[in-house]
Design a protein around this ligand. Structure first.
Ligand SMILES: Nc1ncnc2c1ncn2[C@@H]1O[C@H](COP(=O)(O)OP(=O)(O)O)[C@@H](O)[C@H]1O
Ligand SMILES: O=C(O)[C@@H](O)C(=O)COP(=O)(O)O
Length: 417
């Protein structure tokens, strides 16, 4: 294993896997830190954690455990992958986890670059944009768990770390990888070891990828991985075999606990198309009036692609959180979707689509899927994946995917190549 990755959620980890596979690395996603050694053919290993929204101390503990395992596999470089919308709170977890990883690796200069231009996330003058909106005006300000109310990443990261935060501006990136590295070094020498890097085009990410080739720790979204495989390829370290993909026929179902804008549009599209859809009232789940058995029984009786969703608008989310607390609501809905997924798979579902990072984490853990093989891309940032002999999956990040994502994913999961 050459590149060791720690993902702070499951959809984000599959997004990273998608990038690395497309760039030619043999990549496997693990659910949590494995207890066994990796297959020797794996070039990039991604330990997917569900650590984005848990207490910072626990996120640090889990990330260091993942780091130990990745180092045991021989990794030469570590990538900490978080969301392209920098999902975090003033308490963490991007800052505390990065501090712990930097200390463990002796990394005295670390870039932070969540840019993913292919899905509209760009960073300029230290500010994060989603398409033509600042992050704080993109819908992410209403996120149920990590409301992103400040688009200045230097300031937001600064709330989460005792280290001073510097800036690697686009103007330096555009001068090439040597200039970018020189600026990173200068920031570190000036006492600002954590550096937000601007990037507005894939070309910028490739430049940054070359600049950080020899650094032990990199942090960012999946975009920052674009240029990393080439660093290994130029050293003759990559196997050139292309991975094969085998789709799966059989019953299909979709689950959505994502309340992000893109997912809500995809749910509305699915409902408007006349496909079977069951809306789950969060309040009813909390009161025990709606159970996983109800949802799975309904889904297994539907033709085509049934969708079970709790996706709701910000006002509805706020009301239920005000009554029960955000953590309690998330915990109960996670458990509901995990149990529903178990019943669906036990009932014969072989293609499972899940929308939402936390929700996908709960589903994958609920199904006890330890290793996921990354397949072809469904939409930018979302690959098809295989878990064992009979089950294929798509884990969709909340804000990714075209409006017809659910139907498209169902087809893609079946198709073989
Ligand atoms: N109707 C709802 N009311 C309140 N919270 C909800 C509702 N539906 C889902 N949630 C919670 O919102 C969060 C969505 O997060 P996640 O699954 O990561 O989606 P995304 O990828 O869009 O961020 C989860 O914790 C989920 O349990
Ligand atoms: O970087 C991204 O945007 C995604 O890979 C990701 O992490 C999304 O997380 P969720 O929106 O919570 O699914």
């Amino acid at each position: 294993m050459l590149l060791g990755c720690i993902g702070d959620d499951f959809t984000g980890s599959s997004d990273l896997g998608n990038t690395l596979v497309k760039a030619g690395m043999r990549t496997v996603q693990y659910s949590g830190t494995p207890t066994h050694p990796a297959d020797p053919s794996v070039e990039a290993g991604i330990v997917a954690l569900k650590s984005r929204s848990i207490p910072a101390s626990e996120a640090v503990r889990q990330s260091l455990q993942a780091l130990d395992w990745l180092r045991d596999q021989g990794c030469r470089q570590i990538l900490f992958k978080y969301c392209s919308t920098f999902d975090s709170t003033p308490a963490g977890n991007i800052g505390p986890v990065s501090e712990a990883l930097a200390d463990a690796l002796g990394a005295d200069r670390v870039i932070f670059c969540p840019a993913f231009p292919g899905t509209g996330r760009t960073i300029y003058q230290g500010h994060l944009f989603v398409a033509d909106r600042l992050l704080s005006d993109s819908g992410m300000e209403h996120h149920p768990l990590t409301p992103m109310t400040d688009p200045d990443l230097r300031r937001w990261l600064g709330l989460q770390t005792v280290r001073a935060v510097g800036h690697l501006p686009a103007a330096a990136v555009w001068q090439g990888s040597d200039a970018a590295l020189a600026r990173l070094e200068a920031e570190a020498e000036a006492g600002r070891p954590f550096v937000i890097a601007d990037a507005i085009r894939d070309q910028d990410l490739l430049t940054l990828g070359r600049a950080v080739a020899n650094l032990p720790l990199i942090t960012g979204g999946s975009g920052i991985a674009l240029g990393l495989p080439d660093n290994f390829r130029t050293q003759g370290l990559l196997n050139l075999a292309t991975p094969s993909w085998r789709g799966e026929a059989g019953p299909v179902a979709a689950l959505s606990g994502s309340c992000s804008r893109a997912t809500r549009a995809q749910v509305a599209h699915h409902v408007a198309s006349g496909a079977p859809a069951l809306e789950i009232d969060a309040e009813a789940v909390l009161a025990g009036r709606t159970t996983a058995e109800d949802a799975a029984t309904w889904a297994l009786a539907q033709p085509g692609l049934p969708l079970v969703y709790s996706s709701a608008d910000p006002e509805a989310v706020r009301q239920v959180q005000d009554r029960h607390g955000a953590t309690e609501v998330a915990t109960r809905l996670d458990a509901f979707f995990a149990a529903t997924a178990r019943l669906l798979v036990a009932g014969g579902v072989t293609r499972l689509i899940t929308a939402g990072g936390e929700t996908s984490g709960a589903v994958v853990e609920g199904l006890e899927l330890s290793t996921l093989e990354i397949g072809p891309e469904i939409d930018p940032g979302v690959p098809a994946m295989r878990a064992g002999e009979r089950l294929v999956l798509a884990l969709k990040s909340g804000n990714f995917g075209a409006e017809n994502f659910f139907a498209k994913a169902a087809v893609m999961l079946e198709a073989g190549t």
